[in-house]
Ligand binder design. Structure first.
Ligand SMILES: [Fe+2]
Length: 291
């Protein structure tokens, strides 16, 4: 197995390994070390099924199950509960209509975010398999939150060190004007607290924990918090911190949500784009939650 760094700051291209098959202890250790170092790993020509994707994912921890992350009802689901549907399709494999409520909700993925930052225990890794990809657009862009943190000036680093922000799908969807949520959905999307600066448990590197789900900072007036979060997001997503992945069918991209943000770019949504995600649950909250 070989990992080649893609940009000057992060992301690795992996070759010489077949992740559809059980892996040796050494290969797994090399992949874990690769994740710690590069934040994003890209694999090509991995013909995964839902079962082999889940089996590969379980090498890195427990699968995160979906409830609480979407407005799609159980009976509308296309994929098993422990997989996240990142496609634009309904249960009958047809693209969702333009004004479909689920599609409008999913458009939130066009905003920079860290997966499950709206959960009290946010996600560790996400693994996205390109089963059917589109020819134009639909790239997944990643930003390295460690490099972004490193580039902050000393005064800003000191100021943000112990700040806590609140994350919710209500904020991210609301920022796109999608506000028609039922009372049950609002209760499900109750904001959670997250540290603004995280420290990686293995490497000890600090990173900015930003996400479109973040809508306030504890102790700050809301407009001031949102303006500041916007400044930090603009800083953190400058070109030098970003890798844009242009999908080929059977690519598998895995990323560390503790160290990176990502978003999908626009594409023709009358085309089928079948992307399936598995998620490795995190193992700790970043800060205690409100009582
Ligand atoms: Fe995502």
């Amino acid at each position: 197995m070989n990992i080649e760094q893609i940009t000057p700051v992060f992301a690795g291209d992996v070759s010489g390994v077949d992740i559809t098959q059980p892996l040796s202890r050494d290969d797994l250790a090399a992949l874990e070390a690769g994740m710690d170092r590069y934040g994003v790993l890209v694999f090509h020509q991995q013909k995964l099924t839902d079962d082999t994707q889940r089996a590969f994912t379980r090498n890195f921890g427990t699968l995160e199950a979906s409830p609480g992350g979407n407005i799609t009802q159980l009976h509308e689901r296309r994929l098993p509960l422990d997989m996240q549907d990142a496609s634009n399709l309904d249960k009958d494999q047809k693209p969702l209509p333009r004004d479909d409520r689920r599609r409008m909700f999913n458009l939130g993925n066009r905003l920079w975010h860290s997966d499950s930052s709206y959960r009290a225990t946010p996600a560790k890794y996400s693994l996205l398999s390109g089963r059917v990809v589109v020819e134009k657009g639909g790239h997944t862009e990643f930003a390295d939150m460690r490099a972004a943190y490193d580039a902050l000036d000393a005064a800003t680093k000191t100021e943000i060190e112990d700040l806590v922000s609140e994350h919710s799908l209500i904020f991210s969807r609301g920022s796109l004007g999608f506000t028609e949520l039922s009372e049950a959905e609002k209760a499900m999307f109750k904001p959670v607290r997250q540290r603004l600066v995280r420290t990686h448990p293995v490497t000890g590197r600090k990173s900015l924990f930003l996400s479109s789900h973040a809508g306030s900072i504890l102790g700050w007036p809301v407009p001031e918090a949102r303006a500041f979060l916007r400044d930090l997001n603009e800083h953190a997503t400058q070109n030098q911190f970003v890798y844009s992945h242009k999908w080929r069918q059977w690519d598998l991209v895995m990323w560390d949500n503790r160290q990176t943000m990502h978003r999908v770019t626009r594409f023709d949504e009358t085309q089928v784009r079948d992307m399936r995600r598995t998620t490795v649950a995190g193992d700790a909250m970043t800060v205690a939650q409100a009582a």
